[in-house]
Design a protein around this ligand. Structure first.
Ligand SMILES: NC(=O)C1=CN([C@@H]2O[C@H](COP(=O)(O)OP(=O)(O)OC[C@H]3O[C@@H](n4cnc5c(N)ncnc54)[C@H](O)[C@@H]3O)[C@@H](O)[C@H]2O)C=CC1
Ligand SMILES: O=C(O)CCC(=O)C(=O)O
Length: 448
């Protein structure tokens, strides 16, 4: 065990020395490697084959200029990225994020997480992620189109249905994906649909993809509750964000009898004791592009708390579904003090390492992002399968497969946690189960 711990520490030290400014990337690597000591101790082959050293270095890190012209005729320049991290079990797969905070650390942490998340789904997909430091807020439709076309002019040289298949993430939804598909087709003179997922259904997208990440989070939580013979009925839930993941997590939770009382955006949160009226949130966010405060203006029994964090609202279940490191150790203490029993990560790495430690110490049921939010990428892989076979499955069929995949991810994570940590620890369990699949595939293919 001591040898395994030393091996992990050495590789973590190298990561820090090589890219000292990449804090989020280091955090993501540490979160996974900290789970692995007992497993590595039992299987020395991983050290012999240099698996950890190879895992932390991407196959390829692509960074490029994205020039575009705004509505005033001025030239703007952004930086685009694609990290092709690991393809041991399939083509690179993972979303694109358009947000001003995107940098090398953010895209590397997201791509690294994606390797293990994708492995947990059991499907043949490797790990990648990308994006740009472009802010889509307050941009016209024409500006969004010109930006995405310029972004795709460069990215198209690096992707393909059997090479790298991007999708959406923060700031990238159906409209942006459709523009990118259009530009790819024009540049390549090819009508292959499978180069992107999250496409509009009319151009080869899969039914249920839009809902899949949020629904998957709730299916995962249902599995956790079943262990205690409990259900979602009557549970009080809070959900951060009000974007693609949050909206469909709220939708499924409400459908299954929970009471969602609060959600947020980057300006603050709303609280509605009677339960959030989701149709209003959908209209405000998906159609009108308004701030969440507009909800309180329309609903007398609700309030808006500007600039405040949602985690002060007492609840049974908290779902951080907005962005990385949005929930720190102080927020964790507040939630624990107010009696939270489950925290499930819909966003990628929304809880800091110290917050996770607090949840562990206080026996709060904790669903880590790579397991809980894997439903989105899992349905993306189902979209790829449908595109290859030139078929379209019904909403019910894709939803059925999604449920089954989330159940499998839960079962694998629970049993690996029990086997190597002797406890119901989904964090270590998910990390070990995901690592095993990728590392074994790497060993089987030689030193590359
Ligand atoms: N879209 C997908 O299929 C998947 C997304 N994710 C992750 O889920 C998270 C959300 O992604 P999407 O819903 O796709 O993005 P989105 O762009 O549709 O929504 C993001 C939401 O987060 C809010 N937000 C951003 N910063 C915030 C802050 N500091 N405090 C409160 N709210 C804040 C925004 O206002 C917006 O409501 C990200 O971490 C993403 O990586 C994970 C798996 C799949
Ligand atoms: O559907 C996909 O390929 C990407 C999903 C994603 O970016 C994620 O799981 O974080």
């Amino acid at each position: 065990m001591e040898d395994a711990k030393k091996y992990i520490e050495d590789v973590l030290e190298t990561v820090k020395e090589r890219d000292p400014h990449e804090e989020e990337f280091y955090q993501a690597v540490k979160e996974i490697f900290d789970s692995l000591a007992p497993y590595l101790a039992e299987h020395p082959k991983y050290q012999q084959f240099g698996i950890l050293e190879r895992l932390v270095e991407p196959d390829r890190f692509i960074s490029f200029r994205v020039p575009w012209v705004d509505d005033q005729g001025a030239v703007q320049v952004n930086r685009g990225y694609r990290v092709q991290f690991n393809a041991a079990i399939g083509p690179y797969k993972g979303g694109l994020r358009f947000h001003p905070t995107v940098n090398s650390s953010i895209v590397k942490f997201l791509a690294f997480e994606q390797i293990f998340k994708n492995a947990l789904t059991g499907q043949p997909i490797g790990g990648g992620k990308g994006g740009a430091d472009f802010d889509p807020k307050n941009k016209s439709n024409a500006e969004i189109m010109r930006f995405t076309q310029s972004f795709m002019t460069e990215l198209s040289k690096h992707i393909g249905p059997n090479v790298d298949v991007p999708a959406g993430d923060i700031g990238v939804g159906g409209r942006e994906i459709n523009y990118m598909v259009g530009q790819y087709r024009k540049l390549r003179g090819s009508s292959e649909a499978g180069v992107f997922t999250g496409k509009g259904v009319d151009i080869g997208g899969s039914l249920t993809r839009a809902e899949s990440t949020g629904y998957g989070v709730i299916y995962f939580v249902e599995n956790m509750l079943k262990e205690f013979n409990e259900s979602l009925t009557g549970k009080k839930i809070i959900v951060s964000g009000s974007g693609k993941v949050s909206i469909y997590a709220m939708e499924k939770a409400i459908e299954l009898g929970a009471r969602v009382v609060a959600c947020s955006d980057s300006s603050g949160y709303i609280y509605d004791e009677k339960g959030i009226d989701l149709e209003t949130v959908k209209r405000l966010k998906e159609v009108e592009g308004k701030r969440i405060s507009a909800y309180a203006e329309e609903h007398d029994h609700s309030s808006f708390y500007g600039g405040e964090k949602i985690w002060q609202v007492a609840c049974d279940i908290a779902l951080p579904c907005a962005t990385q490191n949005e929930l720190d150790e102080n927020d964790a203490s507040t939630l624990i003090h107010n009696g939270v029993s489950i925290v499930a990560e819909g966003a990628n790495m929304p809880c800091t390492l110290k917050a996770v430690e607090q949840f562990r110490e206080n026996h709060v049921g904790f669903a880590p992002s790579k397991a809980a939010n894997a439903g989105g990428v899992a349905v993306s892989a189902l979209e790829m399968a449908q595109n290859s076979a030139r078929v379209s499955w019904t909403f019910e069929e894709v939803d059925r497969q999604l449920k089954e995949i989330m159940q499998n991810i839960f079962d694998q994570s629970l049993s690996a946690g029990r086997q190597y940590k002797c406890e119901d620890n989904l964090i270590d369990g998910a990390n070990i189960a995901g690592f095993k699949r990728v590392a074994d595939a790497m060993i089987a293919q030689g030193v590359l």
